[in-house]
Design a protein around this ligand. Structure first.
Ligand code: ATP
Ligand code: MG
Length: 717
């Protein structure tokens, strides 16, 4: 094998038997034929194989980055089905992102065959709960066609309630109120048990908003993200028959990235596991990076106590990174006190020293990365897709995107502004939500007069007041506008036309095979695109928004292709739960397979690996993040994030930071991250970037032109 191939795919490949065909040398799993009759576990080390073979009872695999945890879970699922005769329907595997779930499913299917894998549940916590609730939510007094409220819907509802609770309240930030509610839900605290702990005005406001918010959600037959878990837990607690059904169904459970589970997710697993838990969890306490979202490190640290009789397996060999990268990661994470000590080692070579480049400013940082990409590609015959640029906050991506376009380097940006948070997309989806669930008043009010159809604010106010007075859902009020005395004829006609339109499309969407055509006709009939062109002057911007609407239809087409029994409600659940991407004509995997540099936040990079990683903005205030510093909390979680970033690198790691950055229009000095001092100097090769000429005006113009060219594949605008 040539040096280059080994370089790109990771050192471990060299140790594999020569008979393995090249296609399977890329770290992916081998197909079934390769396992002979009884499954061949020889591509695993002895601890990994023991974990795969582990029979019944709780199993904890606590291991560092790149030690094969995810690989073990994947093998274990295949092994349970292939060797132990466990039915696919009895398997539940929970991962952290939809992408990870899809990958895991595909790999298992590669091993056991698509047909044999049918019926297993491999999903995120949220998707799992949607499935459970779709089946059984009626026991809690909701209807099965419930809406799922994402942040935008939640904020709208909370603002509305705040206005009603207290006129003063309008000055408070709705996001913070929502955060407090979300935090309570993650701790499984229902509205009636919400207590004020720090006695500030936000808490008092949250205490009065939370019960009303929850009541409104129920009246609208809607649930928010946190409800998905909290209500599922309640369902299982209050209805033993339902609990028993799922216990019987999910006899073997596997959870990846267990260190990032919160109290509600823990309770859910606890309930499903019952007294004889075949629960296998894998995780790394050093990679817990979702404390701010309620993740409780205690879940993994105390697993053995919580589940007596737990078998613990440690994996200590790292198969991903060079010795140098691993040594840096180990040295850094040693500074965290509350952790299980692990000794990660690699049989691979030490590899190159880690580069640390202190750049002039953010433009210089971006240009340096480009120069490195060109040089390394040429020198080591790498592909663009071998490079990842990782940053702490999504805003940092902008400078890199600009340079990548200028240099004509293909790239994919993962995450960033959520596609479904865009106005035009929200408007379109709001129609679909109301078509599925006409009690969804947040979305009903959103579309009532969008595009304008003659149901102005005064009319809407009258309708709302009437619905409150009569205690009737708004939709019922719309059905009978004649009953409201102070409405003009024109408004009545407009309302009747709206109701007729919605009824007609509700009927039509029932024909699932024609969903996409129906959707396009709905967009047409509503004149959504014309409305955008009317309201937005800049034609390029307007076109991009129109394309976004079309993108929703494409996403639906994709969903229809993949799903065996599709429905509009199913589609909406899918789009609400997209964790990190916008839908695209290309699936995310296809994009990752495309030869393009990957840009993403450190949080999104969890679980992934790349031959060459640029970690940028390694400065105080980015890493550790300003928020942490201001709040005076310890920086352990930020250190773990840094550890996650370092351990994504397989062959070479390049750290970068700027000496100055523009803030409020002026250049301000930046200090290097404290974490750099925690990496032994001998592992680092430092370089301070020289002052370089700024771009000429002509160059700058060209960059700007390129930047706004509206190239497809832009994930963030
Ligand atoms: P993370 O903590 O980042 O999630 P992980 O512990 O889940 O990492 P994996 O992603 O499963 O680790 O594995 C890391 C890399 O090592 C993958 O490329 C995987 O294919 C490879 N690998 C794992 N175990 C072995 C093995 N026994 N032999 C060869 N390669 C292996
Ligand atoms: Mg993993």
């Amino acid at each position: 094998m040539g040096q280059t191939a080994g370089f790109a795919a990771g050192a471990w490949i060299i140790r594999q038997p020569a008979s393995i065909p090249n296609t399977y040398r890329s770290g992916r799993l081998c197909p079934l034929w390769f396992f002979s009759v009884d499954m061949n576990l020889s591509t695993l080390n002895s601890e990994q194989a023991a974990a795969v073979r582990h029979d019944k009872g709780p199993l904890l695999i606590l291991a560092g980055a790149g030690s094969g945890k995810t690989r073990v879970i994947t093998f274990r699922i295949a092994y349970l089905m292939g060797q132990r005769g466990v039915a696919a329907g009895n398997i539940l595997a929970v991962t952290f992102t939809n992408k990870a779930a899809r990958e895991m499913r595909e790999r298992v299917e590669e091993m056991v065959g698509k047909k044999a894998g049918k019926g297993m549940t491999v999903s995120t916590f949220h998707s799992l709960c949607v499935r459970i609730l779709r089946e059984d939510i009626e026991a809690l007094g909701y209807k099965k066609n419930f809406s799922i409220y994402a942040t935008a819907d939640q904020v709208r509802l909370v603002k509305d309630i705040m206005q009603r609770v207290d006129v003063e309240g309008r000055k408070l930030d709705a996001d913070r109120i929502l955060y407090l509610i979300s935090d309570a839900k993650n701790r499984l605290v229902p509205p009636e048990k919400f207590t004020v702990r720090w006695h500030d005005e936000y808490e008092y406001m949250a205490a009065s908003v939370y019960p009303r918010y929850q009541k409104a959600l129920k009246a609208y037959n809607a649930v928010d993200f946190d409800d998905l878990i909290m209500l599922t837990v309640r369902l299982l607690q209050e209805h033993p028959d339902v609990l028993e059904k799922y216990r019987q169904r999910f006899r073997y459970m596997m959870v990846d990235e267990y260190q990032d589970t919160n109290a509600a997710q823990y309770k859910l697993l606890r309930l499903l596991a019952g007294d004889h838990p075949n629960l296998c969890v894998v995780g790394d306490d050093d990679q817990s990076v979702y404390g701010w979202r309620g993740a409780d490190l205690g879940n993994i640290l105390e697993f053995e106590k919580d589940f007596p009789g737990t078998t613990v397996i440690k994996l200590e060999q790292n198969y991903r990174s060079t010795g140098t990268i691993l040594a840096a990661a180990n040295a850094l994470i040693r500074h965290n006190i509350r952790r299980k000590v692990k000794a990660l080692w690699t049989a691979g070579d030490p590899g190159r020293r880690i580069d640390y480049i202190r750049c002039m400013d953010e433009e210089d940082e971006a240009r340096t990365v480009m120069e490195r990409i060109h040089a390394e590609r040429f020198r080591n015959e790498l592909q663009y897709s071998d490079f990842a640029i990782l940053y702490r906050t999504n805003v940092q991506s902008r400078a890199f995107e600009e340079q990548l376009r200028y240099e004509n380097i293909p790239y994919v940006l993962i995450g960033g502004q959520q596609f479904f948070d865009r106005k035009e997309v929200k408007d379109t989806v709001a129609y679909l939500k109301v078509l599925v669930n006409h009690r969804d008043e947040v979305n009903l009010l959103r579309i009532l007069n969008y595009p304008k159809r003659g149901i102005g604010e005064t009319t809407a106010d009258r309708l709302i007041r009437y619905s409150a007075k009569k205690q009737l859902p708004l939709w019922e009020v719309l059905r009978d506008p004649a009953a409201i005395e102070d409405l003009g004829e024109k408004s009545r006609a407009a309302i009747a036309a709206f109701v007729e339109l919605m009824d007609r499309y509700r009927q039509r969407f029932n024909r699932h095979s024609l969903m996409v055509e129906t959707m396009r006709e709905l967009i047409d009939e509503l004149g959504l695109e014309a409305e955008i062109y009317r309201n937005i002057e800049d034609p390029v911007k307007a076109r991009r928004r129109v394309e976004n609407i079309e993108e929703v239809a494409s996403a639906m087409a994709g969903y229809l292709e993949r799903e065996e029994s599709p429905s509009l409600a199913g589609f909406l659940a899918k789009v609400s739960l997209l964790d990190d991407e916008r839908p695209d004509r290309d699936s995310k995997e296809k994009k990752l397979q495309r030869d393009a540099v990957v840009l993403m936040s450190l949080h999104s990079s969890k679980g992934l690996e790349f031959p060459m990683v640029f970690m940028v903005g390694v400065e105080e205030e980015f890493l550790p993040h300003r928020k942490t510093l201001n709040e005076g909390v310890d920086v352990d979680e930020e250190r773990r994030l840094c550890y996650v970033g370092i351990t994504r690198a397989q062959r070479h790691l390049i750290l970068l930071g700027a000496q100055k950055r523009k803030k409020y229009g002026t250049l301000q000095p930046r200090a290097a991250s404290r974490f750099l001092e925690e990496i032994p100097a001998e592992l680092l090769q430092q370089q301070i970037s020289e002052e370089r000429p700024v771009h000429s005006e002509e160059e700058q113009e060209k960059m700007a032109a390129n930047f706004f060219a509206g190239i497809r594949g832009i994930l963030d605008d």
